[in-house]
Design a protein around this ligand. Structure first.
Ligand SMILES: [Zn+2]
Ligand SMILES: [Zn+2]
Length: 103
């Protein structure tokens, strides 16, 4: 990856390995973290609960509101994130082309 801090948001990029649609964004104002999440279809429900369960201290949950206008913007979630938040909740993209488990 070229280390060029883009002036554009990461919309429209794809994972070079598995071609999954990927959203890469710096999230946060003071201590920004680079988030790299798989971009689900807008209609796909991604409730906060399961995402929080699957998350680890190194793999945070991002909240993705879908604005009618304007670019997508990931939002930081905290332990006080409302469990019934209607937005999509995402953790880091786990590349499915990587052989992790062999049956
Ligand atoms: Zn949320
Ligand atoms: Zn991938």
């Amino acid at each position: 990856m070229a280390g060029r801090a883009g002036s554009q948001d990461g919309d429209g990029s794809r994972c070079p390995a598995c071609r999954a649609p990927i959203l890469t964004q710096w999230v946060g104002d003071t201590a920004a973290l680079k988030a790299r999440v798989e971009l689900p279809a807008p209609s796909e429900p991604r409730p906060y609960g399961p995402a929080a369960t699957a998350s680890t201290p190194d793999d945070l949950v991002w909240c993705l509101p879908r604005p009618r206008h304007g670019p997508l913007r990931l939002r930081w979630t905290t332990g006080r994130h409302p469990p019934d938040c209607p937005h999509q909740h995402l953790t880091s993209h786990q590349c499915t082309t990587e052989p992790s488990t062999i049956f």
